[in-house]
Design a protein. Sequence first.
Length: 69
Amino acid sequence: MAQVTGKTMIGELLMIDENIAPILLEIGMHCLGCPSSQMETIEEAAMVHGIEPQELVDRINDFLAKDGK
């Protein structure tokens, strides 16, 4: 099972499982295809969108655990 950290890049995250996109869209990250967002870490994306970084990491890891990735 894949595990991510706050230092995982958004581009890498979407390669692990593209089905994570709705979670990111839900927090207001609507530019997932933008080159600059691909080089942003989960931690940076969370902070920019007013989300506690560890909460987002935990939510993504919970999703990956349930999805079997």
